[in-house]
Design a protein around this ligand. Structure first.
Ligand code: SF4
Length: 352
């Protein structure tokens, strides 16, 4: 690979990003965790707000988890926020960030890719990294058609061999930037590629790599209730472990009939029910369709496995740590009032 050409292209063409303007192990950790499965444009405002509230690992370690989740609300994959908080506390215990890849791997939520990113970008170590973009660039450059999952070890070895000494930060970021902007999954722009002269796959880049088909995602249905009392709305907080742990949502339960599902869960009769919308939310492991109803309760609800039920002034609901699904459910009524055709974004949230 023409690494000199890649380095000089990266230094001239790299995009401006807030985590590149000022570099530290903490800022790299936060940005890399936010960027997992999430687009750069989505992450930037979250990162800036997060840094204003938690400018250092000390500030983050001292903050309650609930507040950290509030700052993550809408970003999905909430286990990342919990890991980040735990990692900041571990760094405090250790008296500072580890100075080796092996030490970084001991932090919660830090795998080989994130450890490589912190080590090379923030600590200046000669550490390789391989993410989805790097996989694609290496496979195309070397004309390898195998599924990257099957040749992961070889790709890490290749990234290690290619690494120019003392320049790991720009090299790693250059490979990732190339994959994100030039060697893209569906429309690679080989004519503008700085490593075209050594690339064996540039004649037919779409042939490399060939990913094995993934299993179909199962479907499920649920009901959610919008229960109002004057200016307040009933919200429920999920348990601290499991899917969307610790986050707030309108009360909901599996099933297609509100009384049999949510009514039973809360141990209460629903007096009035009016359907207001239907929300599709795609998790990594599940496509969930939720039917949303406005309802009144004929008694006092039980927590039904939730950590807490709370009447929240509607104007304050946005400041709770809401999952993306919860935001969509709360907007279901407005969405029905103004129907419009739109693509349902894939917004994966993982079980913790
Ligand atoms: S020449 Fe084309 S296929 Fe090869 S690395 Fe560049 S953009 Fe990707």
């Amino acid at each position: 690979m023409d690494t000199d050409a890649l380095l000089s292209w990266y230094r001239q063409s790299r995009r401006t990003m807030p985590w590149r303007e000022e570099v530290s192990p903490y800022r790299t950790l936060v940005s890399e965790l936010m960027l997992q499965q999430t687009r750069v444009e989505t992450v930037i405002p979250y990162f800036e707000r997060f840094m204003r509230s938690f400018p250092t690992e000390v500030a983050l370690a001292e903050a309650p988890l609930e507040r950290v989740l509030e700052h993550w609300s809408g970003l999905g994959y909430y286990s990342r926020a919990r890991n980040l908080h735990a990692a900041a506390r571990k760094v405090m215990e250790l008296g500072g960030f580890p100075k080796t890849v092996a030490g970084l791997l001991e932090l919660p939520g830090v795998g080989p890719y994130t450890a490589g990113a912190i080590a090379s970008i923030a600590l200046g170590l000669d550490a390789p990294l391989v993410d989805g973009n790097v996989e694609r660039v290496l496979c195309r450059h070397d004309a390898r058609a195998e599924d990257p999952v099957r040749i992961k070890k070889e790709l890490w070895e290749r990234a290690t061999t290619l690494l120019p000494k003392g320049q790991a930060s720009d090299f790693n970021q250059g490979l990732m930037e190339l994959g994100a902007t030039i060697c893209t999954p569906s429309s690679p722009r080989c004519l503008f590629c700085p490593i075209r002269s050594t690339c064996r796959g540039h004649d037919a880049p779409e042939r490399y790599p060939q990913k094995a088909p993934r299993a179909a995602v199962p479907e499920a249905r649920a009901c959610a209730l919008l229960v109002r009392d004057g200016e307040k709305i009933l919200m429920a907080r999920r348990p601290l472990s499991g899917l969307l742990a610790g986050l707030w949502e309108p009360p909901m339960a599996n099933g297609e009939e509100p009384q049999a599902s949510v009514g039973t869960r809360l141990g209460v009769q629903l007096r009035v029910q009016r359907p207001v919308g239907e929300v599709l939310h795609v998790f990594t492991h599940l496509r969930l369709t939720t039917l949303v109803f406005e309802a009144e309760l004929a008694g006092t609800p039980e927590t039904g496995g939730y950590l807490e039920l709370r009447w929240v002034p509607e104007a304050e609901v946005d400041s709770l740590a809401l999952s993306t699904l919860a935001r969509k459910l709360l907007q279901a009524h407005a969405a029905k009032a103004k129907p419009r055709k739109r693509r349902v974004p894939r917004d994966p949230e993982l079980p913790s």
